[in-house]
Design a binder for this molecule. Structure first.
Ligand code: 13P
Length: 350
């Protein structure tokens, strides 16, 4: 595939007012989330849940792409349509998580490295044939007084860059996700320091591996105080620090930055995105690729019951439409209490 085609897909993923739904939780992770609400986790219940996430009213107005898990890309809608085709029919690009999770990094206690490079070329080729147009690989960085170590930075940067180069070779747009975790008592200043060094080493590795920056997206954390930090800061401070850090370390050739939510409350993640987009001009589109911050209210509303599927879809519609507005800096508190959209006849079409 020509790099031009990949550039077009990358741009489509960050077209104005649209973002990405991350629905690629592994079976154990989704099972843990189901467990907290006493929802039974089976292949069928996960399929029903994911179909609700993909088919909510007007989904393609707000969502440009969905990141799937290996289990889901092989499943079908209730009417028997394979999910990649189901999404494409709605005007949504199917994507796929291709890493195999973060494992302890040898010699670096308390740190992890993401695995999954072995056999990746063949897996990417299979996913592309199944309809995937973009992929995701998540690196996980713990913050401590002396973490991350140089070993962690280079191992994760190198893996992300090798993954991204393979994706482009196989005709998929790579989403490069280095996540600096919110866990811990660190300050926002420490988060900015660590995010800076992480982004710097990731882009150095991408350069070394010859990755075309125009044909990828960056999925970073926001610059934010650790969950246990005693000094939590304002929305404006988060926006200013985040944009300063990105401006210093993300080349202008990258078409889009799509944030992860990382455990922020759903409405706060929207407010942060909105505030970032209200600040000055930027060389990239700035949007969302949220998992929990889009899904949590819908998962709670569904609670595993068929009779709740519609109200769950409306909860997701709320989060998707508010985040869509935040992509263009037009989100307001009132949008959180606006009327639900009228019932649509295309509710669960294929
Ligand atoms: P969260 O928005 O829940 O952090 O998930 C995004 C994601 O894809 C993590 O890899």
């Amino acid at each position: 595939m020509r790099s031009r085609d990949l550039e077009g897909i990358a741009l489509e993923l960050v077209s104005a007012g649209k973002g990405i739904l991350a629905a690629d939780e592994t079976v154990p992770t989704l099972t843990r989330r189901f467990d907290t609400l006493r929802i039974e986790s089976t292949e069928q219940s996960r399929r029903v849940y994911r179909e609700m996430l993909f088919a909510f009213p007007d989904s393609a107005e707000f969502i440009s792409g969905v990141i799937l898990h290996d289990e889901t890309i092989r499943q079908k809608s209730s009417r028997g349509v394979p999910f990649p085709e189901f999404l494409a029919n709605r005007g949504i690009l199917p994507g796929i998580k291709v890493d195999r999770g973060a494992k302890p990094l040898a010699g670096s206690p308390g740190e992890v490295v993401t695995e999954g490079l072995d056999g990746l070329r063949d897996r990417l080729s299979e996913y592309r044939a199944m309809g995937a147009r973009f992929a995701k690989w998540r690196a996980v960085i713990h913050v401590g007084d002396t973490l991350p170590s140089p070993a962690c930075l280079s191992a994760n940067g190198n893996a992300l860059a090798r993954y991204a180069a393979l994706c482009q070779e196989q005709g998929l747009v790579p989403i490069v996700e280095p996540e600096v975790l919110m866990d811990g008592p660190h300050t926002i200043e420490r988060c900015e320091e660590v995010t800076s060094v992480v982004l710097h080493s990731v882009f150095y590795a991408l350069f070394q591996q010859g990755v075309a920056l125009e044909a990828m997206l960056l999925k970073p954390n926001m610059v934010i105080a650790g969950k246990k930090c005693t000094r939590q800061v304002s929305v404006d401070e988060v926006a200013t620090a985040t944009l300063r850090c990105l401006r210093r370390h993300v080349p202008a050739a990258v078409p889009g930055i799509v944030f992860l939510s990382g455990g922020q409350a759903a409405t706060l993640a929207t407010a942060h995105l909105n505030a970032i987009n209200q600040l000055g001009s930027k060389p990239w589109s700035i949007s969302f690729s949220y998992g929990r911050a889009l899904q949590d209210p819908a998962l709670e509303a569904w609670a595993g019951r068929d009779e709740n599927l519609k109200v769950a879809g409306l909860a997701l519609h709320r989060r998707a439409s508010c985040n869509s507005a935040a992509c263009v800096g037009k989100y307001t508190d009132e949008m959180e209490s606006a009327d639900d959209p009228p019932h649509r006849s295309d509710w669960s079409d294929d």
